[in-house]
Ligand binder design. Sequence first.
Ligand code: HEC
Ligand SMILES: [Cu+2]
Length: 330
Amino acid sequence: MKIISHGFLRLYLVIALTAMVGCEGEQSAFAGLGPVSSRITLLMWVMFIAAALITAFICLLIFISIAGPSRWRQKLSSEQGVVLGGIVFPVVTLSTLLIYGFMVLREGENLVHAENPVRISVVGERWWWRVIYLHDDGQTTESANEVHIPTGRTIELELSTADVIHSFWLPAYAGKVDMVPGRINKLHLIADKPGVVRGQCAEYCGGAHALMAFYAVAMLPADYDAWLAKERSGAKPASEKEGERLFFASGCGGCHSVRGSRANGEIGPDLTHVGGRLSLGAGILPNEPKSFAQWISRHQTLKPENLMPPFDFFSESELQALSAYLNALE
Ligand code: HEC
Ligand SMILES: [Cu+2]
């Protein structure tokens, strides 16, 4: 009898392959781009394979107990069989896996221990990320929705929240860590090589939770230092005068900061270098010149319930001027 037809086999293959496409992407727990995530990936495979073997073994026992030779069936149902199979076997296998799991995770923590880490504070906000670089001289530089890190160094992320519980999840580098009101949770990680990966809020935090993503950009240390120095500086004097005028006249500066200008709002993301970021709206739109106009005119459609008030009254030319001003903030 043919249990699996060719059609079914093909269907299984398609499903398996589709699921595996997710393993290579920019937001993948399988990518293992640093020592912490590599440990997690290793642990996942060991647990998965062990669970698969145990399941196969149990299936075999079930099969024997139903259709096996009567001598074997008697063995299985004897008191000895029950004690061995029902108590000793699960206690030994599960305890071994548990202890192994603790050891692997502990080792991952030790690998990233360092005296002098790069410190970055990330604050979860509904529904975006406030990112604050903590300099060695005690000063800070604020940015948003993007975390830049140097490769090869221990990064210490201080995770907190401005409102509800969020969860910081950057699968290429580390496991999830919750951002809990009133607490600062630390997450240590190392990026092995330069590259861009994506992260996502992993704890339901209300309306636009699913649209609360971010990017992490790992850079060679020299590139990182240059980037940070630029990020730290204020915005250049605006060349787009009309856009700048509209920005202030519309009250944008009441919620957004543009360091080096009058705009010093604290409610929304810092826009000092927004033109140089990868995305707008916490990973929702690619940062292209036309995205600014899209965000300003339609952000409540693109990211329903987000906490920026609607600004759907600008004319096309006003939108273009505002966009040009924001885009030039690199
Ligand atoms: C009441 C406060 C408030 C005002 C006023 C406001 N914004 Fe915002 N803005 C926000 C918040 C909050 C977000 C984050 C939304 C999100 O991603 O969930 C945001 C996001 C943005 C972003 C995306 C930034 C990023 O890093 O992704 C841009 C660009 C922006 N606002 C431009 C403007 C402009 C231009 C104006 C004026 C026309 C304006 N905002 C007025 C609160 C405000
Ligand atoms: Cu969330």
